[in-house]
Design a binder for this molecule. Sequence first.
Ligand SMILES: NC(=O)c1ccc[n+]([C@@H]2O[C@H](COP(=O)([O-])OP(=O)(O)OC[C@H]3O[C@@H](n4cnc5c(N)ncnc54)[C@H](OP(=O)(O)O)[C@@H]3O)[C@@H](O)[C@H]2O)c1
Length: 286
Amino acid sequence: MILITGATGNLGSKIIETMLVRIPADRIAALVRDEHKAAHLKEKGVNIRLGDYDDPEALDKAMIGVEKVLLVSGGRAVNGLEQHQNVVDAAKKAGVKCIAYTSRCLTDRTTVANDLMKRHFDTEDYIMASGLNYILFRNILYMDTLTIFLGKNVLATGIYLPAGEGEVSYVLRSDQAEAIGHVLASDDCNSRVYQFTNSQTYSFYDVAKALSQLSGKEIFYTPVDPGTFQNKAKELGMADFAVGMAIAFMTDIKNGQEATVSDDLEKILERKPATLTEGLKLLFNL
Ligand SMILES: NC(=O)c1ccc[n+]([C@@H]2O[C@H](COP(=O)([O-])OP(=O)(O)OC[C@H]3O[C@@H](n4cnc5c(N)ncnc54)[C@H](OP(=O)(O)O)[C@@H]3O)[C@@H](O)[C@H]2O)c1
């Protein structure tokens, strides 16, 4: 049995969808916090295990009969690392053979600006020290985050971000999920790391150009400094925490943290991942 956590989230549900094409539903278990959100999975024959990363007892129960676990990284909880450690500890206690984790693909952990990213490195360390066989899926920034960073009105407003000329090898979340589903449905669990990135990188100038081509309107990217971005974002009513998050992500982009290029994803998908233009067309309904 393969247990997928975060099964009612965007990534987890698409992973299960991919696995269901390859292996029988009764070999898949979904860890969920709210059974109602998992009704569609239950209907398909997926085993439902109730549990929260904060509840070690529930995690122990959820691991019964499980050979492989995918830990989907949690949200922004301040104890996020401890939550991940709880899942790894429960897996080890239950004699699970293999643990997989959705990490992030960043170039240099010593200079990363975004505090939220640090727990990914720390979780990887914890998993590697656990003695369990592991698979680390180092995912690049989802292309889907562009809908958040650019906003719904980007065609009217243009792009103002503190990302300089930084480039990102964006991948659609659905492409990452499909590849993760393929790997998990296979029998392979020799400790290894996948870097799931696109085959090229894109700057916000490229994003503006692609949006211009798709919409027929001229869209410009104007790099701004973090202070200017903060003032403008606050004027527009953006919450403080969201402004801070956006600046942290953009700083890492500017510093080249999101610019790794690998062919791991293409090999697993046996096709090229969606390009920036293909992805933006989908994400912005263009
Ligand atoms: N690579 C990137 O660009 C990128 C971007 C954004 C996020 N991420 C990371 O990737 C993860 C998956 O992305 P996503 O789009 O699928 O996010 P999502 O839709 O928010 O899903 C997160 C899942 O984690 C579950 N979860 C959160 N806290 C939990 C807890 N304490 N105990 C048990 N389950 C918990 C949620 O359960 P509920 O359904 O009950 O809420 C949900 O199913 C995110 O959580 C985040 O860590 C990566």
